[in-house]
Ligand binder design. Structure first.
Ligand SMILES: Nc1ncnc2c1ncn2[C@@H]1O[C@H](COP(=O)(O)OP(=O)(O)OP(=O)(O)O)[C@@H](O)[C@H]1O
Ligand SMILES: [Mg+2]
Length: 493
C-alpha cells in the first residue's frame, strides 16, 4: 500500500502544528524580567490591558518628582527594579515583558538613573528604564517607566495589572502631581533642540538688567511694559469684564538695536512668571511648549528671530510654514490664560503675510529702531561706565556725529575698540581719550572694512533712513543732552 491515508495525513499535520506551537510558545520564566512581571501580576493581572501614556522628553524630571511623591503616599509600597537592554535594541513594551514574546535580551539590574536639573542649581536622579512593582488599595500592579533614549525623544509610563479605569486613575494622579510640582514653574528656561528631534529645557539665571541698561525711547519701553506687565496687573478686572488676557507682542527692527536686550530686561522684570525662551530650531517645538506654558501660567513664551522659520515648512500633513504652526499654537491657548507671547524679528516684511493670514495673535507691534543722537550719547555713557573714559564735550559730539546710522551694539563695540587702542600705549589702561575713540572709529568705519561694518550693524542706506525716522520721534525719559557737559568728563571704573 503506497502513501498514507487521509486520516494519517491529518494526524501528521496536527502533530506538526502542535510541535510548531510548542517551538514558538513564549519561553515563560526563561527570562528573569518576564518571570518577575508575571510573578507579581498573577493570572488575573496578566489578563488586564496595558494602559500607557507618552510624554514629551522634557517632562522626565517632572515625572520623577511626581513618582517620588506618589511612592511616598501612605498605604503604598513600591519596589523598583532596573531593566537593562543592550544598546541599539530600541524600545521595549510592558506587553512584551508580560508575554515574553519577541523579547530582546533584557536583564534585571540596579536601576540606571540620569541626573537631570530640577532647578537653577540642583539636580534630581531620574529613572531611565525601570519596573515599579506596586501594592496599594487598588491592588497589585506594575509600572514601566522609560525615559527618552537614543531612539526616541519621548518618555513613557505604562500600567499593567489593573482594570483600564483604575490604570487611567493612576496615570491621572501622576499627571496631577507632575503639574503640581512642576520644576519649571516660575523659572526662566531656555528650550533647545536635541539630536533626536525633541527639546531640552535648561534653567537660566535671570539677566539682572535694569531699565537704565536699555537705551530706547521711553515710549517704546513704556509700551512694552504696559502690554507685558500692565495687562496682568488688571487680571481680575479684565476677566470680570469678559476680556482676554492672552497677548502677543512683536519687537521688530534692524539687527543689533536691542530687541533681545529688551526681552532680557523684560524677563528679569517678570520674575513671578514662568518664562520659556525659544529660538531657531527649537521654534518647531512650540506646540508642546505652549501647552507647558498654559499649565504653568502666568507665563511668557519668547519666540526669538521668528523670521528664521517664516519660510520653513513643517513635516505635518499640510506642510504649512512653521510660522503658521507657531501662530496656531498661540491661538490654541485659552483666551483667559495669563500668557504673553513675545516675538522678535529683524524681517518684519517676511512676517507680515503670515500675521495678516492669522490675525489676532499679535496685538502690539513695537519698532526697535537705530539710536538717534541723544541715544548714541547715552550708549557711550552706558558702555563707558566701566572704562576710565576721559572725553571732552567736543570729543563726545564728534563721536555722536560720526556714528549716525549705526546700531546700539556698534557703540558697545566702539568702546571695546577704544580700550584696545589705549592698550597699545598703556597696559593696564589708565585713561581712554577722544583720540582713542577717534582711532577706533577710523578703523571701524574704514571703507575697506565693509564686512566688519555689516557685522556690527552699519548697514545699507535704508538702515540710515530708518535712523532718520527715529530722530524725529519724541524721546521722553532719556537723559538730557547735558549728560556730557563741556570740559573733562571722568568715568570712574
Ligand atoms: N538699545 C540698547 N541699549 C543698550 N544696549 C544695547 C541696545 N541695543 C543693543 N545693545 C547691546 O548690543 C547687544 C546686541 O543687541 P541685541 O542682541 O539686543 O540686538 P537685536 O536687536 O536682538 O539684534 P538681532 O536682530 O540681530 O537679534 C546687546 O546685548 C547689548 O549689549
Ligand atoms: Mg536678537
Amino acid at each position: 500500500m503506497a502513501g498514507a491515508s487521509d486520516d494519517e495525513a491529518r494526524r501528521f499535520a496536527e502533530g506538526l502544528q502542535s510541535l510548531l506551537n510548542w517551538l514558538h510558545a513564549p519561553a515563560q520564566g526563561a527570562n528573569e524580567v518576564v518571570a518577575l512581571v508575571r510573578g507579581s501580576l498573577g493570572a488575573a493581572g496578566l489578563a488586564e490591558s496595558v494602559v500607557s501614556r507618552t510624554l514629551s522628553g522634557f517632562e522626565h524630571v517632572n515625572l520623577q518628582t511626581a513618582l517620588d511623591a506618589w511612592t511616598a503616599a501612605e498605604g503604598r509600597t513600591v519596589e523598583v527594579h532596573g531593566v537593562v537592554l543592550p544598546p541599539h535594541y530600541g524600545d521595549i513594551s510592558l506587553q512584551q515583558l508580560m508575554t515574553g514574546e519577541a523579547l530582546p535580551p533584557v536583564r534585571l539590574s540596579a536601576p540606571t538613573v540620569v541626573d537631570l536639573p530640577d532647578g537653577p542649581g540642583s539636580t534630581l536622579a531620574c529613572l531611565r528604564l525601570a519596573l515599579l512593582l506596586v501594592t496599594d488599595d487598588t491592588g497589585r500592579y506594575v509600572l514601566l517607566v522609560q525615559g527618552p533614549g537614543e531612539h526616541r525623544p519621548t518618555l513613557s509610563v505604562e500600567v499593567a495589572g489593573l482594570p483600564v479605569r483604575a490604570a487611567q486613575e493612576v496615570l491621572a494622579e501622576l499627571d496631577r502631581l507632575r503639574r503640581e510640582r512642576n520644576v519649571y514653574r516660575g523659572q526662566l528656561v531656555e528650550v533647545t533642540p536635541t539630536p533626536m528631534g525633541g527639546v531640552e529645557l535648561t534653567f537660566l539665571e535671570p539677566p539682572g538688567l535694569t531699565r537704565d541698561d536699555v537705551v530706547l525711547p521711553a515710549v517704546v519701553l513704556d509700551r512694552v511694559e504696559r502690554h507685558a506687565v500692565g495687562v496682568a496687573e488688571h487680571r481680575a478686572g479684565l476677566r470680570a469684564a469678559g476680556q482676554h488676557l492672552k497677548r502677543g507682542l512683536l519687537l521688530y527692527g534692524p539687527p543689533g538695536t536691542g530687541k533681545t536686550h529688551t526681552v532680557r530686561w523684560l524677563l528679569g522684570r517678570m520674575d513671578d512668571y514662568t518664562r520659556l525662551l525659544l529660538t531657531g530650531r527649537s521654534l518647531g517645538a512650540i506646540g508642546a511648549v505652549a501647552e507647558l506654558a498654559r499649565e504653568l501660567q502666568p507665563a511668557v513664551v519668547v519666540l526669538e528671530d521668528v523670521d528664521l522659520v517664516a519660510a520653513e515648512r513643517s513635516f505635518g500633513p499640510g506642510g504649512s510654514p512653521v510660522l503658521f504652526d507657531l501662530l496656531d499654537a498661540m491661538d490654541g491657548a485659552a483666551p483667559d490664560a495669563d500668557l504673553l507671547f513675545v516675538l522678535t524679528t529683524n524681517r518684519a516684511d517676511l512676517l507680515e503675510p503670515a500675521l495678516a493670514a492669522r490675525p489676532g495673535r499679535i496685538d502690539v507691534a513695537v519698532e526697535v529702531g537705530l539710536p538717534d543722537a541723544a541715544a548714541r550719547r547715552d550708549l557711550l555713557r552706558l558702555y563707558g561706565r566701566a572704562v576710565p573714559l576721559r572725553l571732552t564735550g567736543d570729543d563726545v559730539e564728534r563721536a555722536v556725529e560720526r556714528t549716525d546710522g549705526v546700531t546700539a551694539s556698534f557703540l558697545k563695540e566702539l568702546l571695546r575698540r577704544a580700550v584696545l587702542e589705549a592698550l597699545h600705549e598703556q597696559d593696564p589702561v589708565e585713561v581712554v581719550t577722544g583720540a582713542h575713540v577717534d582711532r577706533a572709529l577710523d578703523d571701524l568705519l574704514d571703507s575697506t572694512q565693509q564686512v566688519t561694518r555689516v557685522l556690527l550693524g552699519v548697514g545699507a542706506e535704508e538702515v540710515v533712513a530708518a535712523a532718520d525716522d527715529l530722530d524725529g520721534g519724541p524721546r521722553p525719559g532719556l537723559a538730557p543732552p547735558d549728560a556730557f557737559p563741556g570740559g573733562w568728563v571722568a568715568y570712574p571704573g
